[in-house]
Design a protein around this ligand. Structure first.
Ligand SMILES: Cc1cc2nc3c(=O)[nH]c(=O)nc-3n(C[C@H](O)[C@H](O)[C@H](O)COP(=O)(O)OP(=O)(O)OC[C@H]3O[C@@H](n4cnc5c(N)ncnc54)[C@H](O)[C@@H]3O)c2cc1C
Ligand code: SF4
Length: 445
């Protein structure tokens, strides 16, 4: 049963039931063997490869592509997993067009990069399909580490710590592990329960136990964890949502985009998920695109995405914006919400055009209204539930280059920690690097 309040224009089953699976099928189906060889053959195997430098987890791209070309995709997968244990998910969700593929020399020279993301998926899927886990644990060290948060940062840290031989316990507030891989990523990027399959595969390393439904701040305290464990890694993501600051935003039908996506990701039957006829998404990032595209795929008639700055300032990449428009989403730039109208439930949203002056935003006084049965707020997530006394900077937990927080024995990484972009791959890199530092610290002397 959906949690979305039903208003007159918000109804389930806008499409014939048989259309939903096709609507939400894999955005980029996996390459077959022949296609993978053709794609791999385009690589120049560059010395000082720019693609490798652009990858936040520094995957040795030319090496893994060469391994595919020589007919050993399993070896290629191991090359990927050594740097990025969630290399399978990253192959599906990384904005490669602004990372490795943007700097690929073939993109620079010909405007067509080597398909690094799809090759990574080909390799990681090949190994995971065999159910093989390519790493083993070191001898037990007798040290215990608590990880709070089972998203990409927490899972990556836990896996690396387990490999070093430490005993890891992950605590997560949600009933399922995976963080936004399970509750946030657009369903057409990781269909068929991939997030849970990946978690199960990762756990094969051993030495990791997970306690779901346990929230830091509710019966679980940092003091308690510090007393019971040799080190603590915080990977709690950004669970809060910014306010719209528009009059009337408390009306029924005005929802957080992340909650809508989470409900969609957990829905067993998409034909039962209510969606508006007219949907307005406010924001300019990946979350906004994902909410808008999925609203359209559910059968909403008109979906508008409204961003307060120009196209060039949008954090969603050009590729993502084009994906949205190709699905029929209309994007408005330089417009900010002023008021939400409706009698109890939202009926219209009023926007004011903006102009950008010296980095600041100014309303032009010119307004327009969009009809809306549902409004999804996608204007950024905020830190929620950071332990008391921990240093915060720019709204995130302050960490140094090693991921150390202001509290001795406590590390943090991923979206909740300062520095780095809020991406799955960055969270994986930060979890891995903090684990290395925790290990070095625990083994001192
Ligand atoms: C809608 C959406 C779509 C996105 N799409 C993409 C994409 O396509 N590509 C991409 O690269 N990035 C994408 N991102 C960003 C990416 O998902 C995040 O950067 C990444 O998940 C961060 O990982 P994390 O481990 O830091 O946090 P999360 O994935 O948020 O995991 C945090 C975990 O901590 C748990 N938790 C929170 N508070 C507590 C507490 N107090 N006690 C215990 N547990 C707690 C949560 O339940 C959660 O499991 C998207 C984000 C959103 C919101
Ligand atoms: S930059 Fe492109 S061509 Fe060069 S190694 Fe990387 S993928 Fe291959």
């Amino acid at each position: 049963m959906s949690n979305t309040p039903l208003t007159p224009g918000v109804q389930p089953g806008r499409l014939p039931a048989e259309r939903y699976p096709a609507q939400f099928s894999d955005l980029h189906p996996v390459l077959d063997h022949h296609e993978a060889l053709v794609a791999a053959d385009r690589c120049y195997f560059c010395h000082d490869a720019p693609c490798m430098t652009a990858c936040p987890t520094s995957i040795d791209v030319p090496l893994f592509i060469r391994q595919i070309l020589t007919g050993t995709p399993e070896a290629a997968a191991k090359t990927i997993f050594e740097q990025n244990i969630l290399g399978g998910m990253c192959a599906r969700v990384c904005p490669t067009e602004t990372l490795c593929e943007e700097v690929c020399v073939r993109e620079v020279a010909e405007g067509k990069p080597v398909e690094i993301g799809r090759l990574q998926r080909y390799a990681t899927d090949s190994l995971m399909a065999q159910g093989v886990h390519p790493f083993t644990r070191a001898e037990p060290t007798g040290k215990k580490v608590a990880v709070v948060g089972a998203g990409p940062a927490g899972l990556s840290a836990a896996h690396r710590l387990a490999m070093y031989g430490h005993e890891v316990t992950i605590y997560d507030a949600r009933p399922k592990s995976g963080g936004l891989n399970e509750y946030g990523i657009a369903s057409y990027k990781a269909p068929d329960g991939y997030a849970q399959k990946e978690v199960d595969w990762l756990m094969q390393i051993g030495g990791i136990s997970v306690v779901n439904g346990k929230k830091l701040g509710e019966g679980l305290t940092l003091e308690g964890l510090k007393a019971d464990y040799d080190a603590v890694f915080l990977a709690i993501g950004l669970a809060g949502v910014n306010a719209l600051r528009a009059e009337g935003e408390d009306k029924d039908g005005v929802l957080d985009a992340v909650d809508f996506i989470s409900e969609l990701r957990q829905a067993e039957d998409l034909s039962k998920l209510p969606i508006g006829r007219n949907v307005v998404v406010i924001g300019g990032g990946m979350t906004a695109v994902d909410a808008a595209v999925q609203a359209k795929l559910l059968g909403a008639q008109n979906v508008s995405m409204v961003y307060r700055r120009s196209r060039a300032r949008m954090s969603a990449s050009e590729y993502e914006q084009d994906l949205a428009t190709s699905k029929g989403v209309q994007i408005f730039y330089n417009a900010a919400p002023v008021a939400v109208y409706g009698n109890g439930s939202v009926a219209e949203v009023e926007f004011e055009y903006t102009s950008e002056e010296g980095g600041g935003l100014k309303g032009t006084g010119e307004t327009f209204r969009l009809p809306a049965d549902q409004v999804f707020k996608a204007i950024g997530q905020t830190l929620d539930g950071a332990p008391e006394g921990i240093e915060i900077t720019g709204g995130k937990i302050a960490v140094d280059a090693m991921g150390r927080t202001s509290i001795v024995g406590v590390w943090a990484g991923g979206d909740c920690a300062s520095g780095g972009e809020d991406l799955t791959v960055t969270a994986v890199a930060e979890g891995r690097d903090a684990a290395r530092d925790i290990h070095a610290k625990l083994m001192e002397g």
